[in-house]
Design a protein around this ligand. Structure first.
Ligand SMILES: C[S@@+](CC[C@H](N)C(=O)[O-])C[C@H]1O[C@@H](n2cnc3c(N)ncnc32)[C@H](O)[C@@H]1O
Length: 332
Protein backbone atom coordinates (compact mmCIF):
# COMPACT_ATOMS: atom_id res chain seq x y z
CA UNK A 1 0.00 0.00 0.00
CA UNK A 2 1.19 3.55 -0.63
CA UNK A 3 2.41 6.19 1.78
CA UNK A 4 2.76 9.62 0.17
CA UNK A 5 3.18 13.22 1.23
CA UNK A 6 2.17 16.31 -0.79
CA UNK A 7 2.94 19.87 0.16
CA UNK A 8 0.12 22.08 -1.15
CA UNK A 9 1.65 25.09 0.60
CA UNK A 10 4.74 25.43 -1.60
CA UNK A 11 5.39 27.92 -4.44
CA UNK A 12 2.61 30.48 -4.96
CA UNK A 13 0.56 28.94 -2.12
CA UNK A 14 3.47 29.54 0.30
CA UNK A 15 3.62 33.21 -0.71
CA UNK A 16 -0.10 33.56 -0.15
CA UNK A 17 0.01 31.84 3.26
CA UNK A 18 2.94 34.06 4.32
CA UNK A 19 0.91 37.10 3.25
CA UNK A 20 -2.10 35.82 5.22
CA UNK A 21 0.13 35.34 8.30
CA UNK A 22 1.52 38.89 7.97
CA UNK A 23 -1.92 40.44 7.49
CA UNK A 24 -3.37 38.55 10.46
CA UNK A 25 -0.55 39.77 12.74
CA UNK A 26 -0.86 43.33 11.42
CA UNK A 27 -4.59 43.41 12.15
CA UNK A 28 -4.28 41.58 15.47
CA UNK A 29 -1.61 43.91 16.88
CA UNK A 30 -3.28 47.06 15.53
CA UNK A 31 -6.46 46.31 17.48
CA UNK A 32 -7.28 47.43 20.98
CA UNK A 33 -7.04 45.05 22.80
CA UNK A 34 -4.32 43.21 20.85
CA UNK A 35 -5.45 39.75 19.81
CA UNK A 36 -3.87 36.96 17.75
CA UNK A 37 -5.67 33.77 16.59
CA UNK A 38 -4.24 30.50 17.86
CA UNK A 39 -3.47 29.02 14.42
CA UNK A 40 -0.45 31.36 14.17
CA UNK A 41 1.38 29.18 16.74
CA UNK A 42 1.32 26.05 14.58
CA UNK A 43 4.64 25.98 12.77
CA UNK A 44 6.53 22.67 13.03
CA UNK A 45 7.80 23.42 16.54
CA UNK A 46 4.37 24.67 17.64
CA UNK A 47 2.89 21.37 16.51
CA UNK A 48 5.47 19.42 18.52
CA UNK A 49 4.66 21.54 21.56
CA UNK A 50 0.96 20.78 21.15
CA UNK A 51 1.82 17.07 21.23
CA UNK A 52 3.46 17.71 24.64
CA UNK A 53 0.19 19.32 25.77
CA UNK A 54 -1.81 16.25 24.71
CA UNK A 55 0.46 14.20 27.00
CA UNK A 56 -0.20 16.33 30.10
CA UNK A 57 -2.25 14.25 32.57
CA UNK A 58 -4.27 17.35 33.57
CA UNK A 59 -5.18 18.41 30.03
CA UNK A 60 -8.59 16.70 30.01
CA UNK A 61 -9.59 17.47 26.37
CA UNK A 62 -6.81 15.19 25.09
CA UNK A 63 -7.07 12.54 27.83
CA UNK A 64 -10.85 12.29 27.34
CA UNK A 65 -10.51 11.95 23.58
CA UNK A 66 -7.89 9.16 23.93
CA UNK A 67 -10.32 7.40 26.30
CA UNK A 68 -13.25 7.83 23.90
CA UNK A 69 -11.26 6.37 20.98
CA UNK A 70 -10.22 3.36 23.09
CA UNK A 71 -13.74 2.78 24.35
CA UNK A 72 -15.59 3.24 21.06
CA UNK A 73 -13.16 2.03 18.37
CA UNK A 74 -15.40 -0.97 17.66
CA UNK A 75 -18.55 1.21 17.55
CA UNK A 76 -16.88 3.42 14.93
CA UNK A 77 -15.70 0.35 13.00
CA UNK A 78 -19.25 -1.07 12.97
CA UNK A 79 -20.58 2.23 11.68
CA UNK A 80 -18.25 2.17 8.69
CA UNK A 81 -18.89 -1.47 7.75
CA UNK A 82 -16.63 -3.59 5.60
CA UNK A 83 -16.76 -1.71 2.27
CA UNK A 84 -13.76 0.46 1.39
CA UNK A 85 -13.87 3.88 3.00
CA UNK A 86 -11.71 6.97 3.48
CA UNK A 87 -10.76 8.67 6.74
CA UNK A 88 -9.93 12.36 6.31
CA UNK A 89 -8.47 14.17 9.29
CA UNK A 90 -8.53 17.98 9.39
CA UNK A 91 -5.76 19.52 11.53
CA UNK A 92 -4.33 16.06 12.21
CA UNK A 93 -1.23 17.20 14.13
CA UNK A 94 0.58 14.03 15.24
CA UNK A 95 -2.54 11.90 14.60
CA UNK A 96 -2.05 10.38 18.06
CA UNK A 97 -5.71 9.66 18.83
CA UNK A 98 -6.56 8.57 15.32
CA UNK A 99 -3.78 5.98 15.46
CA UNK A 100 -5.94 4.02 17.95
CA UNK A 101 -8.64 3.81 15.30
CA UNK A 102 -6.29 3.08 12.40
CA UNK A 103 -4.68 0.19 14.29
CA UNK A 104 -8.11 -1.22 15.06
CA UNK A 105 -9.17 -1.02 11.38
CA UNK A 106 -5.92 -2.74 10.40
CA UNK A 107 -6.41 -5.52 12.97
CA UNK A 108 -9.84 -6.11 11.40
CA UNK A 109 -8.21 -6.27 7.94
CA UNK A 110 -10.24 -3.38 6.54
CA UNK A 111 -9.18 -1.64 3.34
CA UNK A 112 -9.19 2.13 3.62
CA UNK A 113 -7.40 5.39 2.82
CA UNK A 114 -6.23 7.78 5.50
CA UNK A 115 -5.75 11.42 4.49
CA UNK A 116 -4.33 13.62 7.27
CA UNK A 117 -4.35 17.37 6.47
CA UNK A 118 -2.51 20.03 8.45
CA UNK A 119 -0.88 23.43 7.87
CA UNK A 120 2.19 22.10 9.69
CA UNK A 121 4.36 20.46 7.04
CA UNK A 122 6.62 18.86 9.66
CA UNK A 123 3.67 17.28 11.50
CA UNK A 124 2.30 15.65 8.34
CA UNK A 125 5.73 14.49 7.10
CA UNK A 126 6.44 12.88 10.48
CA UNK A 127 3.02 11.29 10.64
CA UNK A 128 3.30 9.71 7.16
CA UNK A 129 6.83 8.46 7.93
CA UNK A 130 5.69 6.99 11.25
CA UNK A 131 2.70 5.19 9.71
CA UNK A 132 4.89 3.84 6.90
CA UNK A 133 7.40 2.48 9.42
CA UNK A 134 4.65 0.68 11.38
CA UNK A 135 2.01 -0.39 8.88
CA UNK A 136 3.69 -1.15 5.52
CA UNK A 137 2.07 -4.58 5.38
CA UNK A 138 -1.48 -3.34 5.97
CA UNK A 139 -4.33 -2.56 3.55
CA UNK A 140 -4.18 1.12 4.55
CA UNK A 141 -3.05 3.77 2.03
CA UNK A 142 -1.89 7.10 3.44
CA UNK A 143 -1.82 10.45 1.62
CA UNK A 144 -0.57 13.22 3.91
CA UNK A 145 -1.34 16.77 2.81
CA UNK A 146 0.40 19.88 4.14
CA UNK A 147 -2.49 22.22 3.38
CA UNK A 148 -5.16 24.47 4.72
CA UNK A 149 -8.33 22.50 5.66
CA UNK A 150 -10.39 23.23 2.57
CA UNK A 151 -7.50 23.31 0.07
CA UNK A 152 -6.77 19.78 1.29
CA UNK A 153 -10.40 18.70 1.01
CA UNK A 154 -10.68 20.10 -2.52
CA UNK A 155 -7.52 18.24 -3.54
CA UNK A 156 -8.93 14.86 -2.55
CA UNK A 157 -12.44 15.20 -3.87
CA UNK A 158 -12.67 12.22 -6.19
CA UNK A 159 -15.19 10.59 -8.44
CA UNK A 160 -15.55 7.41 -6.41
CA UNK A 161 -18.46 6.61 -4.15
CA UNK A 162 -16.43 5.60 -1.14
CA UNK A 163 -17.85 6.81 2.14
CA UNK A 164 -15.81 9.50 3.91
CA UNK A 165 -15.37 9.82 7.65
CA UNK A 166 -14.04 13.32 8.40
CA UNK A 167 -12.36 13.75 11.79
CA UNK A 168 -11.90 17.16 13.41
CA UNK A 169 -10.43 16.42 16.81
CA UNK A 170 -8.61 18.07 19.69
CA UNK A 171 -11.41 20.54 20.41
CA UNK A 172 -9.92 22.55 17.53
CA UNK A 173 -13.44 23.77 16.70
CA UNK A 174 -13.37 25.52 20.09
CA UNK A 175 -10.53 27.73 18.83
CA UNK A 176 -13.01 29.32 16.43
CA UNK A 177 -15.43 32.09 17.40
CA UNK A 178 -19.04 30.80 17.08
CA UNK A 179 -19.83 32.45 13.69
CA UNK A 180 -16.52 31.11 12.30
CA UNK A 181 -17.32 27.62 13.62
CA UNK A 182 -20.77 27.79 11.98
CA UNK A 183 -19.20 28.85 8.65
CA UNK A 184 -16.58 26.11 8.96
CA UNK A 185 -19.19 23.39 9.56
CA UNK A 186 -21.36 24.71 6.73
CA UNK A 187 -18.45 24.67 4.23
CA UNK A 188 -17.42 21.23 5.47
CA UNK A 189 -20.88 19.69 5.11
CA UNK A 190 -21.43 21.30 1.72
CA UNK A 191 -18.19 19.81 0.42
CA UNK A 192 -19.11 16.24 1.47
CA UNK A 193 -21.48 13.68 -0.05
CA UNK A 194 -24.79 12.48 1.32
CA UNK A 195 -24.07 9.60 3.71
CA UNK A 196 -20.57 10.78 4.67
CA UNK A 197 -19.80 10.96 8.37
CA UNK A 198 -18.25 13.81 10.36
CA UNK A 199 -16.83 13.32 13.85
CA UNK A 200 -15.97 16.47 15.81
CA UNK A 201 -14.38 16.65 19.27
CA UNK A 202 -16.05 19.25 21.52
CA UNK A 203 -14.92 20.17 25.02
CA UNK A 204 -18.05 20.54 27.17
CA UNK A 205 -18.77 23.34 29.64
CA UNK A 206 -17.77 22.34 33.15
CA UNK A 207 -16.56 23.77 36.49
CA UNK A 208 -14.40 26.86 35.73
CA UNK A 209 -11.79 25.63 38.26
CA UNK A 210 -11.36 22.42 36.24
CA UNK A 211 -10.92 24.54 33.11
CA UNK A 212 -8.41 26.79 34.84
CA UNK A 213 -6.35 23.80 35.99
CA UNK A 214 -6.36 22.26 32.50
CA UNK A 215 -4.91 25.39 30.87
CA UNK A 216 -2.42 26.38 33.61
CA UNK A 217 -0.20 23.34 34.20
CA UNK A 218 2.42 23.57 36.95
CA UNK A 219 5.18 22.47 34.55
CA UNK A 220 4.70 25.51 32.30
CA UNK A 221 4.09 23.58 29.07
CA UNK A 222 1.07 25.74 28.24
CA UNK A 223 2.97 28.94 28.88
CA UNK A 224 5.86 27.86 26.64
CA UNK A 225 3.38 26.83 23.94
CA UNK A 226 1.59 30.18 23.98
CA UNK A 227 4.82 32.20 24.13
CA UNK A 228 6.04 30.28 21.08
CA UNK A 229 3.91 32.60 18.94
CA UNK A 230 6.54 35.29 19.69
CA UNK A 231 9.27 33.03 18.21
CA UNK A 232 7.12 32.42 15.14
CA UNK A 233 6.63 36.17 14.59
CA UNK A 234 10.38 36.78 15.12
CA UNK A 235 11.20 34.16 12.50
CA UNK A 236 8.52 34.87 9.91
CA UNK A 237 8.20 38.63 10.21
CA UNK A 238 11.67 39.70 11.39
CA UNK A 239 10.24 40.86 14.75
CA UNK A 240 12.41 41.41 17.84
CA UNK A 241 10.28 40.11 20.72
CA UNK A 242 12.46 39.28 23.77
CA UNK A 243 10.57 36.30 25.10
CA UNK A 244 11.55 36.53 28.76
CA UNK A 245 9.84 39.92 28.98
CA UNK A 246 6.46 38.22 28.58
CA UNK A 247 4.37 35.83 30.71
CA UNK A 248 1.18 33.94 29.98
CA UNK A 249 -2.01 32.94 31.80
CA UNK A 250 -5.31 31.34 30.76
CA UNK A 251 -8.72 31.91 32.34
CA UNK A 252 -12.38 31.11 31.70
CA UNK A 253 -14.47 34.07 30.60
CA UNK A 254 -18.19 33.60 31.41
CA UNK A 255 -19.13 36.30 28.87
CA UNK A 256 -17.58 34.48 25.91
CA UNK A 257 -17.93 30.90 27.31
CA UNK A 258 -14.30 30.34 26.38
CA UNK A 259 -10.97 29.78 28.08
CA UNK A 260 -8.94 32.74 26.88
CA UNK A 261 -5.19 32.81 27.04
CA UNK A 262 -3.30 36.05 27.41
CA UNK A 263 0.34 37.01 26.97
CA UNK A 264 1.26 39.91 29.28
CA UNK A 265 4.09 42.31 28.52
CA UNK A 266 5.90 42.65 31.88
CA UNK A 267 7.24 46.11 30.97
CA UNK A 268 6.62 48.94 28.52
CA UNK A 269 8.43 48.08 25.30
CA UNK A 270 8.47 48.53 21.54
CA UNK A 271 8.71 45.66 19.08
CA UNK A 272 9.71 46.26 15.48
CA UNK A 273 8.72 44.04 12.56
CA UNK A 274 11.09 44.23 9.56
CA UNK A 275 8.68 42.49 7.19
CA UNK A 276 5.76 44.75 8.16
CA UNK A 277 7.94 47.92 8.34
CA UNK A 278 6.10 48.66 11.56
CA UNK A 279 6.74 49.05 15.29
CA UNK A 280 4.13 48.11 17.90
CA UNK A 281 4.22 49.45 21.47
CA UNK A 282 3.24 47.37 24.50
CA UNK A 283 2.37 49.04 27.81
CA UNK A 284 3.53 47.51 31.11
CA UNK A 285 1.22 44.54 31.83
CA UNK A 286 -0.70 45.08 28.62
CA UNK A 287 -2.49 41.83 27.70
CA UNK A 288 -2.57 40.27 24.25
CA UNK A 289 -5.06 37.43 23.71
CA UNK A 290 -3.55 34.41 21.95
CA UNK A 291 -6.00 31.59 22.48
CA UNK A 292 -9.73 31.13 22.57
CA UNK A 293 -11.18 27.75 23.50
CA UNK A 294 -14.98 27.78 23.47
CA UNK A 295 -16.79 25.38 25.81
CA UNK A 296 -19.91 23.90 24.24
CA UNK A 297 -23.19 22.61 25.65
CA UNK A 298 -24.80 19.54 24.09
CA UNK A 299 -27.75 21.57 22.81
CA UNK A 300 -25.39 23.98 21.00
CA UNK A 301 -23.68 20.99 19.35
CA UNK A 302 -26.99 19.51 18.25
CA UNK A 303 -28.15 22.87 16.87
CA UNK A 304 -24.91 23.19 14.90
CA UNK A 305 -25.42 19.77 13.30
CA UNK A 306 -29.08 20.29 12.44
CA UNK A 307 -28.57 23.81 11.08
CA UNK A 308 -26.07 22.39 8.60
CA UNK A 309 -28.23 19.55 7.35
CA UNK A 310 -26.66 16.77 9.41
CA UNK A 311 -28.29 13.96 11.38
CA UNK A 312 -26.77 13.18 14.76
CA UNK A 313 -25.68 9.56 14.71
CA UNK A 314 -24.15 9.33 18.15
CA UNK A 315 -22.56 11.31 20.96
CA UNK A 316 -19.51 9.45 22.32
CA UNK A 317 -18.65 10.67 25.83
CA UNK A 318 -15.77 9.94 28.19
CA UNK A 319 -16.79 8.31 31.49
CA UNK A 320 -17.07 11.69 33.28
CA UNK A 321 -18.91 13.43 30.42
CA UNK A 322 -16.30 16.14 30.20
CA UNK A 323 -15.90 15.84 26.44
CA UNK A 324 -17.87 14.53 23.49
CA UNK A 325 -16.94 13.22 20.06
CA UNK A 326 -20.13 13.85 18.16
CA UNK A 327 -20.74 11.80 15.00
CA UNK A 328 -23.00 13.26 12.33
CA UNK A 329 -24.24 11.97 8.99
CA UNK A 330 -24.44 14.40 6.08
CA UNK A 331 -27.98 14.40 4.67
CA UNK A 332 -29.15 15.41 1.18
C1 LIG B 1 -5.50 21.97 18.57
S1 LIG B 1 -4.42 21.20 17.44
C2 LIG B 1 -5.13 19.58 17.33
C3 LIG B 1 -4.19 18.54 16.78
C4 LIG B 1 -4.76 17.10 16.75
N1 LIG B 1 -5.96 17.02 15.93
C5 LIG B 1 -5.08 16.62 18.15
O1 LIG B 1 -6.27 16.40 18.43
O2 LIG B 1 -4.16 16.45 18.94
C6 LIG B 1 -4.93 21.97 15.93
C7 LIG B 1 -4.24 21.47 14.68
O3 LIG B 1 -4.86 22.08 13.54
C8 LIG B 1 -3.86 22.57 12.66
N2 LIG B 1 -4.43 23.71 11.93
C9 LIG B 1 -4.77 24.94 12.45
N3 LIG B 1 -5.32 25.71 11.49
C10 LIG B 1 -5.35 24.96 10.36
C11 LIG B 1 -5.81 25.20 9.02
N4 LIG B 1 -6.37 26.36 8.69
N5 LIG B 1 -5.70 24.22 8.11
C12 LIG B 1 -5.12 23.01 8.45
N6 LIG B 1 -4.66 22.73 9.70
C13 LIG B 1 -4.78 23.68 10.64
C14 LIG B 1 -2.68 22.91 13.54
O4 LIG B 1 -1.45 22.92 12.85
C15 LIG B 1 -2.76 21.81 14.61
O5 LIG B 1 -2.02 20.67 14.26
Amino acid sequence: MSFVFHNLRSGAAAVSSDAQFAQTVMEGLSGDPKRLPSWLIFDDRGSEMFTEITQLPGYHPAQCEFEIFQTYKQTITDLLGKTEFRVIELGAGDGGKTRILLEHFIQHQLTFDYVPIDISEGAIKNLVAFLESKFTQSAMSVTGLAADYFDGLRAIRQQDNRRNLVLFLGSTIGNMELPVAQQFVQTLCESLNEGDYVMIGFDLMKHPKTLYAAYNDATGVFERFNLHVLDVMNRKLGANFVKDRYVQQGQYNPKTHAVESFIYSTQAQDVSFDVLSKTFSFGAWEAMQTEHSYKYTLSEIEALALKNGCRIVSHLFDANKNFVNSIWEVMA
